[in-house]
Design a binder for this molecule. Sequence first.
Ligand SMILES: Nc1ncnc2c1ncn2[C@@H]1O[C@H](COP(=O)(O)OP(=O)(O)OP(=O)(O)O)[C@@H](O)[C@H]1O
Length: 258
Amino acid sequence: MSDEPILSAQGLRLSFGPVRALDDVSIDVWPGEVLAIVGESGSGKSTLLRVLAGETRPDAGSVTYRDPQGGTRDVHGMTEAARRRLARTEWGFVHQDPRDGLRMAVSAGGNVGERLMAVGDRHYGNIREEAARWLERVEIPRSRIDDAPRLFSGGMRQRLQIARTLVTRPRLVFMDEPTGGLDVSVQARLLDLIRALVADLGIAVILVTHDIAAARLLAHRMVVMRQGRVVEEGLTDRVLDDPRHPYTQLLVSSVLAA
Ligand SMILES: Nc1ncnc2c1ncn2[C@@H]1O[C@H](COP(=O)(O)OP(=O)(O)OP(=O)(O)O)[C@@H](O)[C@H]1O
């Protein structure tokens, strides 16, 4: 891992009326690491992810992205066009609902291939072959390449969304509950697949989840949120095996009891 964070947030604050969704949150994400943001519903996880990705502007604080050349970019200071360009090239997004990340009426191959076109690939044969390879990589048979995702199961759709996201080899991927809404057995398989791909590609991932087991499996490090604040952070095994904050202890023991 490099000695500079790929993404660094300082003093983030954001309120919705009387609700403090983010209350002085600072976090660093390092190249190649999976950072899980966990906490109960309403603790501010998704809001934090949106602010880190530049989609929602905080009331105070800053988010800094370090580009491959080592330059720093102020995520909330750049133009919308620049942020969108970054989102298309060096960043990726995996949404909880695959319909938010896929084009449902476009073929599976088209969903993957159009991302390659968006970063400048023009050779149709290469694009189709690369798309087919990625479908296989996410365990979708090549023979389904011309099928639209509306014909796919929930698990297949989510795997397709992952292929569409990773095909351009982003350096940083934002994932919001990527296994939410799927059957338990489908979740386990998807988590294994995400873990293998992320390790293989060496990408940094910010993973929002309320699923402690998913965090244990995927994340190197964890941030525990409660009422808009980070109450604990550390290496995943340390946080889960030796939680220090009473809220983390409650969170971990409630999972063990379940
Ligand atoms: N656009 C919004 N307008 C008003 N309040 C909001 C908005 N977005 C989030 N909130 C509030 O901010 C707080 C944090 O919400 P957030 O969605 O970030 O939590 P979360 O931890 O991701 O929860 P969940 O796991 O249920 O998605 C909640 O009290 C929520 O109601």
